[in-house]
Design a protein. Structure first.
Length: 204
């Protein structure tokens, strides 16, 4: 009988501990929700500014549809790539300067997410990697090595290929030992350009 009471008592204790822990976790989640949302918003805005320094503000592109964007770039031959967001980069008078696209591409170690800025004249300002699960070391050079990233600054909307040797027109020189990552970023940029050409002002 005493063993039965002990089991009931221990069960009640565990139940109380579980309920209290759940309530505390919920409370912590609610308390930290707004700071986390603010931090995420700041990180996103910082990425936008990194690829469009002259912009004063960024407004969600009103006609953006992720599914339609996915279908469009798949039709152009780009698999395992998606456009998850598009914003219009505006000056202080709210005049559109171009667009910032958020591209998700698949690399050697997993998905890589980056922002790319493209002006109304079809020139790319560059890209900024915001999330990556790629291999530490060589794979992360796409994020950390300016000699690779700088190749995309000022390029015109078009299609680019990756080459291991010295790059010429419409070519991007691969990161040494990280050709897969180099190709993932380049194909992501190509897909971004495809979507850019389909939206307002893109053809110009």
């Amino acid at each position: 009988m005493s063993d039965k009471k002990s089991i009931i008592r221990d069960t009640l204790r565990l139940t109380i501990i579980t309920v209290v822990s759940g309530l505390l976790l919920g409370l912590v989640y609610e308390i930290t929700l707004k700071p986390r949302e603010a931090a995420a918003a700041k990180a996103t805005n910082d990425a936008y500014k990194a690829v469009f320094e002259e912009a004063a503000s960024f407004t969600p592109y009103k006609d953006f549809d992720a599914d339609k964007a996915k279908a469009l770039i798949e039709k152009a031959g780009y698999k395992d790539i998606s456009i998850s967001a598009c914003v219009t980069a505006e000056d202080k008078s709210n005049k559109a300067l171009g667009y910032v696209l958020t591209v998700v591409t698949k690399s050697y170690g997993g998905n890589v997410t980056f922002s790319m800025g493209v002006t109304n004249k079809g020139k790319m300002n560059g890209y900024k990697i915001t999330d990556t699960s790629d291999t530490p070391g060589l794979g992360l050079k796409a994020r950390d090595d300016p000699s690779f990233g700088n190749q995309f600054k000022g390029i015109s909307a078009g299609k680019y290929s990756v080459i291991k040797g010295k790059a010429s027109k419409n070519q991007i020189q691969a990161i040494s030992g990280a050709t897969i990552t180099s190709r993932a970023i380049t194909n992501g940029v190509n897909a971004g350009f495809e979507y850019y050409k389909s939206i307002a002002g893109g053809e110009k």
